[in-house]
Each structure stands twice: as structure tokens, then as C-alpha cells.
Design a binder for this molecule. Structure first.
Ligand code: 13P
Length: 252
């Protein structure tokens, strides 16, 4: 039985005091239930403090990006070694904003996915189509290409541990959510892609999240779908009360 993984992606929001307050409230109120896992993916400057504040709790702290190299002359970059050393457990990779605005390619996402596993971090690998691709009926082929590229060269065990987030780009920050049936259809397709590159057993284990305007009002319907195992949430993860409602929904 797969659990629900609810991950907040704060993107470039908050200052340290706000981040600390959010996490204090979340830690004190988050349900401890083995059906759900709560992860807060925060900007780099807050990570050390947030890891400290979540020690001994069920809430995990993730980063939103990292470089694939361990160290070196990469001004402005953050390495997997640094994240692991801080106590960060997860890292979002290949978010559409990084692909679109920072020229991240499938090849880079694959290198980062390997680097995450090499350093004991769990990658949350994002995929998703543009509105143009959806209208041209290219959604499935596009996410298939992205996922095959991201998982290339991983062991079966690593694939099983990878969290995949399906985020249609047209649904991010727009208030437009894919219908739960459409979201489930693509997540089921992704699971089939995982099966094709590994096995049914691995495909049955892999966590596949939906992301794109997830909020307390629509989360139950999304999580009730057969192939949706959680959510990657932007806007509705910025307030502790609404993030907690999403985590609560994951316990059902
Ligand atoms: P919203 O939930 O704000 O649509 O953002 C989704 C997202 O990009 C999460 O990574």
C-alpha cells in the first residue's frame, strides 16, 4: 500500500521568521499517521533552521533544487553534499520553472537525480506538459520522454524510491486544476512507463504526486484516484493552516 506524500513547494517566498513560524505550527499540529508523509521544500537560506526545528518530528525538509556536482567552482550553486550534511531529506528536481526559466534539460535532471541518490537524498522529479502540448494530444508522450530521461541508469531500488510529481504547466499557479480523472490518467501512464523500464513490482511502489493548483477544496478528490499518491503544492502550502489541511487529507 503506497502512502500519500504531501510536499509543499514554497518557491521563492517567505523570510526566515515566517519560515520558522510555519514549521513550528506544522510540527505541533501535523498528524502522525503512517499513511501520510509531510515535506516542506524551502529556499536554501532557511534549510538549516527548519531541519533543526523539525528534529524528532514527522515533518521532513526538502530543497527545491541543487547542483549535481559535489563541490567545486560553481559560483552560486548548492551541492547534494551540503544538503545531506544539513539533514535535508528530499530535493525537488526538474520543476517546470527550472526547466523554463533556468534552462534545465532532461539530461541535467538525470544527472541531478543520480547525484541525489549518490548522497542519500530522495528526489522529487517533476514532469508535465504545456497547454500547447496538451491541446496537440502530446501530454503522454511528453511526460514519458521526461520520465524515461530522468530515470535513465538508476537501479530498480532507486526508481522505487523516486517520487515523481506530475505537474501540468498550465495548472501551476493558475487556479486551473486538471480534472481528477485527467490527472489520474496521466499518473497511470507514468506508472506504466515506470513498469516498462523496471517491473510491475517497482511500478506498484513508486509514489506519483499530482501538482497544479492543489488546495484543501480539491485535494480529497485528487487523492481518491487510483494512481495519485499525494501532491506537490505551491500556493496552498504557504499558510500552515492550509498545508495542514492537505496533510490531514493524506491520512484518509
Ligand atoms: P501551485 O500549487 O501554486 O499551482 O504550484 C504548483 C507547483 O508548481 C508546485 O511545485
Amino acid at each position: 500500500m503506497r502512502k500519500n506524500v504531501i510536499a509543499g513547494n514554497w518557491k521563492m517566498n517567505k523570510v526566515l521568521t515566517e519560515a520558522n513560524e510555519f514549521v513550528e505550527e506544522t510540527v505541533s499540529k501535523a498528524p502522525t499517521n503512517d499513511k501520510v508523509e509531510a515535506i516542506v521544500c524551502a529556499p536554501f537560506p532557511f534549510l538549516a533552521s527548519l531541519v533543526e526545528k523539525t528534529k524528532g518530528s514527522s515533518v521532513k525538509i526538502g530543497a527545491q533544487n541543487m547542483h549535481f556536482e559535489e563541490s567545486g567552482a560553481f559560483t552560486g550553486e548548492v551541492s547534494p553534499v551540503m544538503l545531506k550534511d544539513l539533514g535535508v531529506t528530499h530535493v525537488v528536481l526538474g520543476h517546470s520553472e527550472r526547466r523554463e526559466l533556468f534552462a534545465e534539460t532532461d539530461e541535467i535532471v538525470n544527472k541531478k537525480t543520480h547525484a541525489a541518490f549518490d548522497h542519500g537524498l530522495i528526489p522529487i522529479v517533476c514532469c508535465g506538459e504545456t497547454l500547447e502540448q496538451r491541446e496537440a494530444n502530446e501530454t503522454k508522450s511528453h511526460v514519458e520522454t521526461q520520465i524515461k530521461a530522468a530515470l535513465k541508469g538508476l537501479s530498480e531500488k532507486q526508481v522505487a524510491e523516486t517520487i515523481i510529481a506530475y505537474e501540468p504547466i498550465w495548472a501551476i499557479g493558475t487556479g486551473k486544476t486538471a480534472s481528477s480523472a485527467d490527472a489520474n490518467e496521466v499518473c497511470a501512464h507514468i506508472r506504466n512507463v515506470v513498469k516498462a523500464v523496471t517491473s510491475q513490482e517497482i511500478a506498484d511502489q513508486v509514489i506519483i504526486q499530482y501538482g497544479g493548483s492543489v488546495k484543501p477544496a480539491n485535494v480529497d478528490e485528487l487523492l481518491a484516484q487510483s494512481d495519485i499518491d499525494g501532491a506537490l503544492v505551491g500556493g496552498a502550502s504557504l499558510e500552515a493552516a492550509s498545508f495542514l489541511q492537505l496533510v490531514e487529507a493524506g491520512t484518509k
